[in-house]
Design a protein around this ligand. Sequence first.
Ligand code: FAD
Ligand code: EPU
Length: 293
Amino acid sequence: MPAAPPITIEKDAAIPTWFRVGGRADALATPRTLDELRALVARYETIRVLGDGANLLVHDDGVDGLVLSLSHINNVERVEDDLLRVGAGANLPKLITHTAREGLAGLEGLTGIPATVGGAIVMNAGGAFGEICESVLAVCALTRDGEEVTLPRDQIDFSYRHSGLDQLIITTVDLRVRPCDPDAVRRRVKEVMAYKSRTQPMAEKSAGCVFKNPTLDTERVSAGRLIDEAGCKELAVGAAQVSDVHANFITTTPYARAADILKLIDQVRDRVRAHIGVELETELRIWRRGETP
Ligand code: FAD
Ligand code: EPU
């Protein structure tokens, strides 16, 4: 068999994000295999991993080093009746459609969350209907030095929108599923989707919630509600605005710049601090040239 052609490293490449704004990557590569991934990790010192770009704002100046997309590392294998082994680049919504069709319960609470499986794990994505950590059995990853590590669930520090895995390059994830009636899974998918479509601007360009829900006293409170109550729904900077459907979403129209979004984030944070004295923390990941991820 002829050898596979060498991997292409695209220079000055666009970085696809759900906001559709921001600068370019000095270099971007999409490895087809784990061997190619290892070779790239050995070659570059500064590496940023791109998932589906659904929680990401790239600064207008773009980023240095290498951006790695794992979109080709997306294999889904049913290893046991109740165990899926999934490549980190697999698309989460497609995986949920697949499990619903196969009658495998467990992931349907994550309906309506755009993500790769790797990005969902790093963020511990979820909400009122469940978090991905509830399904995780183990995570395989490369360290920045190229060492392979396998972390069983009990060695991962999952909490609200946190995994502690940011410094790793997640390659494969073992997910527990539960064989059941496909109709029951499909019904749940529809219910969750209906809730999200009713309460979030799903058709607009955004990166989901910008801020984490803060804990007030002992309870987690919707940052969206606090931003709404602080009167931010009319705020806009350039082509970025606070959504009037859900105030924790910033939506963009064509010609928006990352700088518009960053200014708007500061304005919202200032208003909420002035209104109720709470300091909001961003959930959104922000990439800037020269900042080590
Ligand atoms: P990216 O945005 O590409 O990256 C996020 C972070 O993960 C970055 O730091 C990146 O470097 C890192 N990363 C990605 N892949 C890997 C990997 N393989 N190894 C190591 N690091 C990696 N989120 C929720 O939690 N709940 C919701 O209900 C929700 N609803 C949303 C609705 C909309 C319309 C949108 C646009 C977003 C929503 N989000 C929600 C936010 C987003 O979907 C999640 O944060 C998701 O987990 C992002 O995954 P991603 O693959 O797009 O990651
Ligand atoms: N609310 C308002 N005004 C708003 C938005 C919300 O008053 O502009 C009120 C709602 O009416 C409701 C309450 O706040 O009474 C909670 O709203 P919602 O159900 O939308 O939940 P949330 O806490 O605002 C969280 C997650 C979402 C996730 C939803 C549903 C965070 C930061 N947000 O939002 O996740 O989809 O629950 O499970 O944890 C994301 O992380 O990107 C994201 C979208």
